[in-house]
Ligand binder design. Structure first.
Ligand SMILES: C[S@@+](CC[C@H](N)C(=O)[O-])C[C@H]1O[C@@H](n2cnc3c(N)ncnc32)[C@H](O)[C@@H]1O
Length: 245
């Protein structure tokens, strides 16, 4: 049975296409042919310097079967399929995006688990809570104010024990010579990407201390997986007034 039969799309109010999508990334995300090309696993592997499998496997390891997962933004390659398979038939997988073409592209993928797609701008707050939120390769596309809102809304979407998984660019180590290719490329085509080299994702978090942060880097520190787990608040002993007796 085609995967599209399962997948539903919900729209949260009117979603305006953000300026950075319209001006920079829309040329890719609204171009069906180009997206079909970029969705090929081999292309994604080349674009991630051969690291796609490791990045996706390490996200999948963080997900529990039957859990409730939110993903911010559609992605290319195998990532969505791999996560859907791990969640399984009894979990819940919601993917939100601002770009209708991307929602349609991902809906038509042959994924045999139910996915709920939502038209939603992740820089706007959401009311529902999730066990896990995935933010995969999105932050480097975002201008600073939007980035701060997306990060904090993601963190606000998990209760105690819940986690947010960020996978994105990271400042390469000084021995990594690919930096001399990546940096000029980013300066030409991805104006907000270099800020990922300057600031940690956790630096944007308003309640940083409410989370335990764990980071792993890949490919000479070119990419990072940063996991934020919301802490269970320390038990506060009730104040007992000393009795006269
Ligand atoms: C998650 S990134 C992934 C692209 C990346 N090159 C990859 O590895 O596949 C891009 C997606 O996020 C969506 N997006 C961008 N800004 C968004 C926002 N504020 N809220 C929700 N989705 C957004 C875009 O429309 C696009 O489909």
């Amino acid at each position: 049975m085609p995967a599209t039969k399962y997948n539903i799309v919900k729209s949260s109010k009117a979603v305006k296409t953000p300026a950075y999508v319209k001006e920079i990334y829309g040329k890719i995300y609204e171009n069906e042919k180009l997206c079909r090309f970029l969705d090929d696993d081999r292309i994604v592997s080349v674009m991630t310097w051969g690291l796609q499998n490791r990045l996706v496997d390490d996200v999948v390891k963080e997900i529990s079967t039957n859990s409730k997962v939110l993903q911010i933004g559609c992605t290319f390659g195998k990532q969505i399929g791999a996560v859907a398979e791990k969640i399984g038939a009894y979990g819940k997988y919601v993917i939100e995006d601002v770009c209708p073409q991307q929602i349609n592209r991902c809906r038509s993928k042959e994924i045999y688990q139910k996915i709920s797609f939502q038209s939603h701008d992740a820089s706007r707050p959401r009311s529902e809570k999730y066990d896990t939120v995935i933010c995969y390769m999105l932050l480097h596309e975002l201008p600073p104010v939007t980035k701060a809102k997306v990060i904090n809304n993601a963190l606000d979407s998990v209760d105690e024990g819940g986690k947010v998984i960020f996978v994105d660019y990271h400042k390469p180590s000084k021995w990594n010579l690919l930096r001399y290719i990546i940096q000029p490329f980013n300066r030409l085509y991805q104006p907000f990407a270099e800020s990922m080299w300057k600031y940690g994702i956790e630096d944007y978090a308003k309640d940083k201390e409410c989370f335990v942060w764990r980071k792993k880097t890949y490919g000479g520190r070119m990419y990072q997986k940063l996991v934020a787990v919301r802490q269970i608040p320390a038990y506060e002993k009730p104040v007992v007034k000393p009795s006269f007796y």
